[in-house]
Ligand binder design. Structure first.
Ligand code: HEC
Length: 153
């Protein structure tokens, strides 16, 4: 009888320990998963890429000039042609692989503010320009070049 009780007690203790250990383990897992989930939320790519209205209304603080457009062209050649191609058609091999946008279609349809917002925020394979060390200001120079590149007619 006593032996049985002891055995039962031991089993109970082992069971309790097991539960505590497992419970603890679960808690650790949850803690480890939390940052990953948050990261996912931050990098989640929205299906539609729309700039906020107030961003669309922002005007280009850098007046169009040969100087500005040339600065933009140098940056475009260095950082953007690899995907968008020299004419911005999105037809470079790396661009085809990630479905890079055809800037000849997209740029004329948008305001400078809208494009600038997109350059600053990025989306998926289209990295935000700060990733390349391109400043906000040079973002505007890039846009002046994109205007020249996509001039219709
Ligand atoms: C790694 C390939 C890649 C590089 C490099 C790249 N882009 Fe893109 N770009 C994309 C992709 C992909 C999209 C389409 C994003 C989407 O709509 O899902 C895009 C979209 C855009 C758009 C927006 C078109 C729209 O839908 O309104 C602009 C503007 C643009 N890119 C400009 C640039 C500029 C300027 C650079 C250089 C600083 C650049 N991109 C570098 C892949 C790239």
């Amino acid at each position: 009888m006593n032996k049985k009780n002891l055995l039962f007690g031991l089993l109970l203790a082992a069971f309790t320990l097991g539960v505590v250990a497992c419970g603890g383990g679960e808690k650790e897992e949850t803690a480890a998963e939390a940052p990953a989930a948050t990261e996912e939320a931050v990098t989640a790519v929205p299906a539609i890429w729309t700039a906020p209205e107030e961003a669309k209304a922002v005007t280009n603080p850098i007046a169009m000039s040969t100087e500005s457009s040339e600065k933009g062209k140098a940056l475009f050649t260095q950082y953007c042609v690899s995907c968008h191609g020299e004419k911005g058609l999105g037809d470079a091999p790396a661009g085809k692989a990630v479905n890079a946008a055809n800037l000849q279609e997209k740029v004329p349809a948008q305001t400078d503010g809208e494009i600038h917002w997109k350059l600053l925020n990025g989306k998926g394979a289209m990295l935000k320009i700060s990733t390349y060390g391109i400043s906000d200001e040079d973002g505007w120079n890039l846009i002046n070049y994109l205007r020249d590149l996509t001039k219709q007619g």
